[in-house]
Design a protein around this ligand. Structure first.
Ligand SMILES: Cc1cc2nc3c(=O)[nH]c(=O)nc-3n(C[C@H](O)[C@H](O)[C@H](O)COP(=O)(O)OP(=O)(O)OC[C@H]3O[C@@H](n4cnc5c(N)ncnc54)[C@H](O)[C@@H]3O)c2cc1C
Length: 380
């Protein structure tokens, strides 16, 4: 006997699944969220939490537009989550610096500056002297920088846990240590899931299992189109704050958190679920970080970790409804930007499921089956 206790079942308790759960539960839906381990224990707690629209994206395209909309949602969503849960996601908006260390990067940065201005985004060119005035601990070797005052960052683990707690507040049932093994299908529709804790049925099923989504979706989208990209990172602490703005350069970024803590990230290795923190990975990051800020040689190491980013073949996330399998929705493949994209993803998917429309954004470029029929869009 099937008991449909839930309107929507969400698979995966990372920032994406929890944001969708929060948005749907707030609309009054009965939600079940299934997580194979602990909520917010994978990529979403490994992230540095940068909200880097202008630093991360270097050309026009659907991802840039999506990211801009999502970044704009942060002040309100962080305040709302704090109000409901008491968890402060530590939104800091002091800007980011895209650094030029070689002559050719100056030209690259200049063309990004023009493009950003044409899109109405704030971007300021800083010569070395101006840069060192703003950030006196930077290396003399840095030639110049592009400054994006509207960029910022949050605490990724706090934001993810706040979404989960707020989803619970609106009635979401969260089952941890429940691993989804397969989707239950019935005449062209997905009706439920099989797990290590029994079968569950719902009117809509959302796959938000991050880098692990390929396995669950193997028959329904091309499995090889979602894959893991390992990233290692560390955090260090100085006696006094050494940095105000986030530094972004090729191969290394430094994010100044509360209390003099700085996150240094991140390495990148595709096609592995291995989460070992290696001497090679961490020493690479420490060398890069010292090149940007020599003073870091004296900083104390707080912790080191690794996480697994969900990547797709063309770098765009999978967002939306499966075109043939009814009731199946996909929200994954956010790669380096899942924290940044979590507010808009939660809203889009919740609107699609509960209201059957999303007027604001064209989801065609994000179709979960775009790789299958030669429609691949190489827009990023
Ligand atoms: C080192 C590092 C730094 C990063 N920095 C940033 C940054 O600065 N800014 C930014 O925006 N993004 C950043 N990211 C990317 C960001 O972390 C991801 O894009 C985002 O966390 C993806 O969220 P998710 O919910 O899809 O995945 P996850 O957080 O991995 O969540 C997926 C969840 O699904 C669960 N799951 C998997 N399979 C099953 C199953 N079969 N049944 C039940 N549950 C299952 C997993 O246990 C997991 O908890 C970074 C990532 C890394 C690794």
């Amino acid at each position: 006997v099937r008991s449909k206790l839930y309107d929507t079942i969400i698979l995966g308790g990372g920032v994406i699944g929890c944001s969708i759960a929060f948005n749907l539960a707030k609309k009054g839906q009965r939600i079940l969220l299934l997580e194979k381990g602990r909520v917010a224990s994978q990529a979403s707690s490994a992230a540095a939490g940068m909200l880097g629209v202008q630093t991360e994206m270097e050309e026009n395209g659907p991802l840039f537009e999506l990211a801009r909309k999502s970044r704009a949602m942060f002040p309100e969503i962080v305040a709302e989550l704090r109000e409901i849960t008491g968890i402060d996601s530590s939104l800091i908006r002091k800007g980011m610096l895209k650094l030029a260390l070689q002559e050719e990067q100056i030209d690259e940065c200049q063309s990004i500056l023009e493009w950003q201005h044409s899109k109405g985004e704030k971007a300021v060119w800083l010569e070395k002297e101006e840069l060192l005035q703003k950030e006196p601990c930077l290396s003399e070797k840095i030639l110049a920088a592009l400054y994006f005052p509207n960029e910022g960052h949050v605490s990724a683990p706090d934001l993810s846990n706040a979404f989960a707690k707020a989803a619970s507040y609106f009635g979401t049932k969260i089952r941890e240590y429940t691993e989804v093994r397969s989707l239950i299908k019935d005449s062209g529709a997905v009706t439920g899931v099989t797990t290590n804790g029994g079968d569950f049925y719902g009117d809509a099923i959302v796959v938000a299992t991050g880098a692990w989504s390929g396995g669950l979706l193997s028959e329904d989208i091309n499995q090889s189109t979602v894959y893991p990209v390992k990233g290692e990172a560390l955090s260090v602490k100085a006696e006094i704050p050494l940095l105000t703005r986030t530094l972004f350069s090729k191969g290394c970024y430094i994010v100044p958190k509360k209390g003099g803590e700085m996150i240094i990230g991140a390495t990148s290795r595709a096609h592995t679920f291995d989460q070992k923190v290696t001497v090679e990975g961490i020493s690479y990051l420490m060398e890069r970080a010292k090149e940007l800020m020599p003073v870091l040689a004296g900083a104390e190491i707080s912790s080191m970790w690794a996480g697994t980013r969900p990547m797709t073949n063309d770098g765009l996330p999978f967002l939306g409804q499966h075109p043939e399998l009814q009731h199946l929705f996909v929200a994954t493949g956010h790669y380096r930007n899942g924290i940044l994209l979590s507010p808009i993803t939660g809203k889009i998917v919740a609107d699609l499921i509960a209201d059957a429309v999303h007027p604001e954004i064209d989801l065609t470029p994000f179709s979960p089956t775009r790789h299958r029929n030669g429609q691949e869009v190489m827009l990023r």
